[in-house]
Design a binder for this molecule. Structure first.
Ligand code: NAD
Ligand code: UGA
Length: 446
């Protein structure tokens, strides 16, 4: 429990808003959650959580006495001393961050007596805090405090990340505002980085861009491994043991997706460009990632020849496991490319639902259904259900038992011993190479 319990307004009931709300309530604070989508607020009031995040439903339920939900900003401003802005900041067509939801929140603040602190949790370009301060001044709200408190949680492990963060970052114009925000986290054992607002904003963007850079780097190493006979898994392990390098975010695959890396890398590149600097490295990070998603098509063609008329199973649709989030998922690019090549696409995912992300694909209820009659199965998301993919039942169901492992999830020896042809990312010694031949053993009769 925190030493002094406060009343906190959470504006935006998405991943960040709901996790922040539940975790602050768990720390003992009173939390008022605001959203503009009536159905979302109704659902939350009824005890239903509109997103999938492990442990979140239980945490909200456990703390429901300290939580309330509303569509009215006045319910927040009448009661709360902190207004955490947790609204989306998606990319615009130009790649700049779309801050319209942030401005809508600022514009919606009514005249206030209370000296509350506006806290920016949404990821915003460096310089946004200054603009918000000017806008508050222009509205006669210059007595409000302002802090940048970016969020570093990863989906699927968001509560763990909030409760055991590597660090908490708080930037403000007035030291007393930072102290008030920092104090909300009493009970969480993590260093707090106090800094100016622009630096806090930049810490967030730079962290995401750096992690994305590591992924594109290891993906390029994987591509070179495929040409030189090295094994990227061994290379990453050997690199990661160097403490200056570290083992994290060196897992080669079919590229990063999600609601944050793609948009934040582009937003930082655009921010640099708008400020007069060409951030060349980030252009490459983005390009490598785009090409990586498409490389799987080449692998399929190597085994199957033309993809027209072939049936391909996409296994896993979400941008990573343990989330139902489809934003910028590699499956969308891959599926669209396959459909454009004239392939029939069958897809399975345990959480993604049947929305029209892959219009034209046949969304199946089970892995077995998805692979039935398929010429190839591609592991796009490393769901644990796929660890046993190389079974006799799956081999019997496929027209050609070929697995393309986009996440290096499976044990190549076991897969090939089970009678499948196998291809993966950056491990050429483990892959079948024969062009146009689907299996190392004969495919089952059609
Ligand atoms: P989200 O899209 O899941 O949720 C945003 C919520 O804000 C929605 O429920 C929306 O209805 C609501 N909203 C929009 N306009 C509003 C308004 N004017 N008033 C009140 N509510 C409003 O977004 P998210 O994934 O939670 O991300 C929020 C921010 O946090 C983004 O800037 C994102 O980059 C950043 N972030 C996200 C993650 C993540 O893993 N999802 C992690 C760290 C940081
Ligand atoms: C990421 C960051 O990890 C969080 O710290 C940050 O708060 C968040 O973005 C954000 O700003 O929203 P998230 O997008 O939920 O979190 O997921 P990650 O686990 O980071 O994975 C992102 C993508 O990178 C996934 O598509 C994943 O498959 C891919 N990835 C990750 C790799 O391809 N290789 C790796 O080694 C690690």
């Amino acid at each position: 429990m925190s030493q002094s319990n406060e009343t906190i307004g959470i504006i935006g009931a998405g991943w960040v808003g709901l996790v922040t709300a539940a975790c602050f309530a768990e720390l003992g604070h009173r939390v008022i959650v605001l959203d503009v989508v009536p159905e979302r607020i109704e659902q939350l009031k009824a005890g239903n959580v509109p997103i999938y995040e492990p442990g979140l439903t239980e945490l909200l339920e456990r703390n429901k006495e300290r939580m309330s939900y509303t569509l009215e900003i006045k319910d927040v401003t009448d009661e709360a001393d902190f207004y955490f802005i947790c609204v989306g900041t998606p990319p615009t067509y130009s790649g700049d961050a779309d801050l319209s939801a942030v401005w809508a929140v600022i514009d919606s603040l009514p005249p206030l007596e209370r000296r509350a602190v506006v806290v920016m949790k949404s990821t915003v370009p460096a310089g946004t805090g200054e603009k918000v301060r000017a806008a508050l001044q222009a509205r006669g709200l210059d007595h409000l405090g302002y802090a940048s408190n970016p969020e570093f949680l990863a989906e699927g492990r968001a509560i763990e990340d909030f409760v055991h963060p590597d660090r908490i970052v708080v930037g403000s114009f007035e030291p007393s505002d930072s102290e008030r925000v920092g104090a909300l986290y009493a009970g969480i054992d993590a260093p707090i980085v106090y800094c100016d607002v622009a630096s806090a904003e930049m810490i967030k963007l730079a962290s995401n861009a750096f992690l994305a850079t590591r992924i594109s780097f290891i993906n390029e190493i994987a591509n070179v491994c495929e040409l030189t006979g090295a094994d990227v898994e061994q290379v990453a392990k050997g690199m990661g043991l160097d403490r200056r390098v570290g083992p994290h975010f060196l897992h080669a695959g079919i590229g990063y997706g999600g609601s944050c890396f793609p948009k934040d890398v582009t937003a930082l590149k655009q921010l640099a460009g708008n400020s007069g600097y060409h951030f060349q490295l980030l252009s490459s990070v983005i390009e490598v990632n785009e090409l990586q998603k498409r490389r799987v098509i080449g692998k399929l063609e190597k085994h199957l020849g033309s993809l027209a008329g072939k049936t391909v199973a996409i296994l896993g649709l979400t941008f990573k496991p343990d989330t139902n989030d489809m934003r910028e998922a590699a499956s969308i690019v891959l599926g669209s490319r396959l459909l454009a090549e004239g392939a029939e696409v069958r897809a399975w995912d345990p959480l993604a639902g049947r929305d029209s992300y892959l219009r034209g694909a046949n969304i199946c209820d089970s892995v077995l259904d998805a692979v039935t009659g398929a010429d190839a199965a591609i592991i796009v998301t490393e769901w644990k259900e796929l660890r046993e993919l190389a079974s006799e039942q799956v081999r019997g169901a496929m027209r050609h038992p070929l697995i393309i492992d986009g996440r290096n999830l499976l044990d190549p020896d076991q897969v090939r011993a089970a009678g499948f042809a196998y291809d993966c990312i950056g491990r050429p010694g483990h892959c079948n190479h024969t062009p146009g031949k689907a299996t190392s053993s004969e495919p089952p009769a059609e």
